[in-house]
Ligand binder design. Sequence first.
Ligand code: FES
Length: 122
Amino acid sequence: MTEHAIGNLDEFIDGEKELLSVGGIDIGVFRLDGEFHAWKNVCPHQGGPVCQGRIFKRVIDNLGPDKQQHGRAYDESQLHIVCPWHGAEFNIRTGIHAGIPELSLDPVEVFVRGEKVYVRVD
Ligand code: FES
């Protein structure tokens, strides 16, 4: 694993992402509530550029006993990235697919040292 500095801490806006190519690997780096999360920009479904997708709060369907939908709510604590190719949703903090827990993003180690942000890639 090789360590790469990818920028200064203040260059990463909370709630947003940066798409980078590091050591020949495309990655998405997300900053949420001050924490960093990084994933390879390859969707486990069919290889789409998942990190280029939009960020959404998790949608919670309010189903009644009749299994009919009675409105929606949004889980403020869970942000998802939605793959632009076919819409697969992944939890940005865990990388796990919203409906299929066996499916997950490929993690990239990301950390802060001093005022700089680093990743380790092969
Ligand atoms: S390639 Fe990402 S949802 Fe299909």
